[in-house]
Design a protein around this ligand. Structure first.
Ligand code: ZN
Length: 547
């Protein structure tokens, strides 16, 4: 009697523990039901539906490799025919991946019984996210790089049906202010994939450095990728006098793009124009209004020195650059910046003023002629990129003046840009500084934190973002999604970069993935405490312990 009681007790304890793990998945699945029992994982046979595409099968093989390494049991992947009828007949064993044409893009379903785990999806990302969810149902050691054979390798019996709230789930990285190696960028992509993000916005040029090889303008990297020192801390008058530089070759860019594609992540490159161009002007002074000389900036902020858009040679330059960029990045979007472009030089420049006259632009009660001139530049680049099959994204300044149909607005100065874009029928991505700028300090006590941009963004503020705030119901389909931005003026080391990213990225992932009803900050913090931190720990990331 006592023995029976004890085992009943143990059973229910393990049931509670497993029930806990399903509730800890980040981002929380749309629907997840825990069932009684578990499936022991001792080198299970892993089978893929031959109807799956090669990239999806690669996803499963990578998972099998990881499971074999960490659990100590070998699992092989086969692609036998007739899997659907085996599953329908109820005699399936092991982990089985099935292509299910009825599921939407990126959606997946998992059904785990004591003998078999059946995973259904319709595309690579669906299978990827199913695997990420399975990873989170296993002991966190699965994220490690070493065997962990003493763990109890099991999956809880459950039914999960899941799909994302938003199609665009982005994270940005500034490689211009400080340069990040290919290896570090890949590690950044890995943690994005763990939490089901699918867009990597890569900021590749700025006043402080040009980071992407452009074969038709080699001095962009030969000269423009270097600066003569960097300001120290927040002292704008200082300079450490250490020459700083770095760039990605086109081969490295392709490597990153391919790596990201295997993680279901589309790379959105940004070439910021016509402002934030001092590194390019340093390499090619004839592109500026004054002709220079220019020097790649050693401090942060907004430079008055911008591209001269009164000269056709500037458009030749931009088309050559964007043409090469369009070849390197297979995704549908190219980000053309458009933010923080002071008009002081254009107001004085004879070429820019002649262009304004030629185009018949004039000040009106809303905008200046120079703002309309920037709209002309944006529109011309949009039209050019359309010939390459690309759409543009720009920061919300592109709404100033006149904006072309089909442009996508990235709303960073609050949500106003997204609200305005949606109201006039344009797509928008929310990335308001108030909730999405991960270069802000993670504590009110800024002195206790590593040096950062002088503002605070607590993790609960990230979590609290309502992407539909101020958006009329019939315009909400224009909100493509949400993105976190990580500017790196004050961030010099990979450890500091990861510290700023994590764990705020996990909060962001729930804003991007979960419906409003499925978000609960209390549950999230518990999941983070008991599970999220362990993932980051095992996977070897530096992160801030918030709670
Ligand atoms: Zn000019």
């Amino acid at each position: 009697m006592r023995r029976i009681l004890l085992s009943t007790c143990l059973l229910s304890l393990s049931f509670i523990a497993l029930a806990g793990t399903i509730d800890q998945i980040i981002p929380k699945p749309q629907s997840a039901t825990i069932l009684k029992g578990e499936m022991r994982i001792k080198g299970p046979a892993i089978k893929c539906d031959p109807a799956m595409d090669q990239m999806s099968i690669e996803v499963v093989k990578k998972f099998a490799g990881k499971l074999s390494l960490v659990s100590g049991y070998t699992s092989s992947v086969s692609t036998p025919v007739g899997l659907h009828s085996v599953v329908d007949g109820g005699s399936a064993k092991g982990i089985i991946f099935l292509k299910d044409n009825s599921l939407q893009k990126e959606a997946y379903r998992i059904s785990i019984g004591e003998k078999a785990a059946i995973i259904r999806a319709n595309d690579q990302n669906g299978f990827l996210y199913a695997v990420q969810t399975i990873m989170q149902l296993l002991p966190e050691s699965i994220y490690g790089k070493k065997p962990s054979t003493s763990e109890r390798w099991a999956l809880p019996c459950c039914e999960i049906s899941d799909s994302p709230r938003f199609a665009y789930r982005g994270m940005h990285l500034d490689s211009a202010r400080h340069f990040w190696s290919v290896e570090q960028v890949k590690k950044y992509l890995d943690v994005m994939a763990y939490f089901k993000l699918n867009r990597f916005h890569w900021h590749l040029s700025d006043d402080q450095g040009w980071r992407i090889e452009i074969k038709s303008y080699p001095d962009l990297t030969r000269i423009g990728s270097f600066r003569e020192g960097t300001m120290i801390g927040r002292s704008f008058s200082s300079n450490d006098n250490i020459r700083y530089g770095g760039h990605y070759t086109q081969e490295q860019i392709k490597d990153v793009v391919n790596y990201a594609a295997r993680l279901g992540i589309e790379v959105v490159p940004e070439i910021d124009l016509p402002g934030h161009m001092l590194a390019a002007l340093t390499a090619y002074p004839h592109l500026g209004c004054t002709g220079g000389p220019y020097a790649t900036w050693t401090k942060w902020g907004v430079s008055d020195q911008v591209l001269c858009v009164g000269k056709e040679s500037t458009f030749e330059f931009l088309e050559a650059v964007l043409g090469e960029v369009a070849e390197l990045f297979p995704g549908r979007y190219i980000h053309i910046g458009g933010d923080e472009c002071p008009k002081t030089e254009w107001e004085k420049c004879p070429d820019c003023q002649a262009k304004i006259a030629e185009l018949g632009l004039a000040d009106d009660e809303h905008y200046s002629a120079e703002q309309y001139l920037q709209s002309y530049v944006t529109r011309r680049m949009q039209d050019y990129l359309a010939t390459k099959g690309k759409k543009i994204i720009g920061w919300d300044e592109i709404l100033e003046g006149s904006i072309g149909e089909g442009a996508t607005v990235m709303s960073w100065r609050g949500a106003v840009g997204a609200q305005k874009a949606a109201s006039i029928g344009l797509d928008a991505i929310l990335t308001p500084g108030s909730n999405c700028y991960f270069d802000y300090c993670q504590s009110e006590d800024t002195e206790s934190e590593p040096v950062s941009f002088p503002a605070t963004l607590l993790i609960e503020k990230v979590y609290a973002l309502d992407p539909f705030e101020g958006i009329d119901e019939d315009k909400r389909h224009h909100i493509l999604g949400v993105q976190g931005n990580l500017w790196t003026e004050y961030i010099k080391t990979p450890e500091h970069l990861e510290y700023m990213l994590l764990p705020r990225l996990l909060a962001l992932s729930e804003v991007q993935w979960c419906t409003a009803e499925n978000r609960d900050y209390g549950r999230f913090t518990e999941s983070l405490e008991n599970h999220g931190y362990k993932i980051l720990e095992k996977a070897g990331y530096n992160y801030r312990k918030n709670l």
